[in-house]
Design a protein around this ligand. Structure first.
Ligand code: PBG
Length: 327
């Protein structure tokens, strides 16, 4: 092995052309999935306080947004719904005329190749804000599976292209795969939120989706942030149950977990740069403490470098515009 002065690592950094040539990771618009929030009503575009630049939108506005997102060259959106009515069983989640089902039909009609991914969970639809049926304060697992499966089927019937369960109940991938296959939707992939941590970084999302739990927390089903071996077990079980893509969430605080999944499993890995990650960058940039565009690109590049094949990010449009300007 040669050493200094023969070896000089700066040789490959001296100018932009060389740096471009040796760059190991590059972002593409194809990497991005853009999260959107659907609300009942008309002509509504309400900014979420803790997420500047992110809006709750009524379906008419959402459709226009999706047309724009498609024109920008972003391949996919993921939809979250705020129902007009919440109850103990989260009924609107699996109602064929629920907010998401209507939104999916409208978006699919107005766009050509945009992939519409739907988040499957009950927390946005239950009056108590928990991800499943309750017995006292316990979140029931097996009884919830049936409802999640019904929700997934209802999304598929509305035209969803990919189903993304985020609830973290045990056995939900198998239950969803089975109901989809039994009903002829064997072509619809399941993007599993396989490794989802019980994270404080979801705070702003719960404003956006109006889904904060009325009591307690999600620690009995989401993962402990201290664990990483367990992430491999979670991913393995979802793969065994039929997941096509596995997700790690949040993103930047869990880059080590993304890398472990990438090294251990041979299937596409998604990462979710969540609401709190977005809010931190926006808030610091808003105060003039960080260069927003630079940190946006750096954070997305880091997530991709860690091993993510695709990134769910509220920056999708800004990052796509940035990449267009680099051409
Ligand atoms: C559950 C769900 C959550 C997020 C995505 N799906 C919230 C939660 O688990 O409490 C969080 C996404 C984000 O913070 O951006 N339906």
């Amino acid at each position: 092995m040669s050493e200094f002065p023969i070896k000089r690592l700066r040789r490959l950094r001296y100018n932009a052309t060389v740096r471009d040539m040796v760059r190991e990771t590059s972002l593409s618009k194809d990497d991005f999935i853009y999260p959107l929030f659907a609300v009942p009503g008309e002509n509504i575009r309400k900014e979420i306080k803790s997420m500047p630049g992110v809006f709750q939108m009524s379906i008419d506005v959402l459709v226009k947004e999706c047309v724009e997102v498609e024109a920008l060259g972003i391949p996919a959106v993921i939809l979250f719904g705020i129902p007009s009515h919440k109850d103990e069983k989260g009924s609107e989640a699996y109602d064929d005329n629920g907010i998401i089902q209507k939104a999916v039909r409208a978006i699919k009609k107005a766009t050509k190749r945009l992939l519409v991914i739907t988040d499957v969970c009950l927390c946005e639809y239950t009056s108590h804000g928990h991800c499943g049926l309750l017995h006292g304060e316990e979140i029931l697992n097996d009884e919830t599976l049936e409802l999640l499966a019904a929700e997934a089927l209802s999304h598929a019937k509305a035209g969803a292209d990919i189903i993304a369960p985020s609830d973290m109940m045990d056995g939900r991938i198998a239950a969803i795969r089975k109901i989809l296959d039994d009903n002829g939707f064997y072509k619809i992939p399941v993007l599993s939120y396989a490794v989802k941590y019980a994270s404080g970084f979801y705070g702003p999302f719960r404003d956006a989706a109006e889904s904060a739990p009325a009591f307690g927390d999600r620690k009995s089903h989401q993962m402990d942030p201290a664990n990483s071996d367990e992430a491999l077990r979670e991913a393995q079980s979802d793969i065994d149950e039929g997941a096509d893509i596995i997700m790690v969430k949040p993103g930047m605080p869990y880059l080590d977990v993304i890398r472990r999944l990438k090294d251990n499993f041979n299937l596409p890995i998604a990462a979710y740069q969540v609401s709190g990650e977005y809010a931190m960058i926006k808030a610091a940039a808003g105060n003039g403490w960080l260069d927003e565009e630079r940190v946006m690109i750096e954070s997305l590049t880091a997530i991709k470098r860690a091993g993510a094949d695709m990134i769910l990010t509220y920056f999708a449009k800004d990052a796509a515009n940035y990449l267009d300007r680099q051409k």
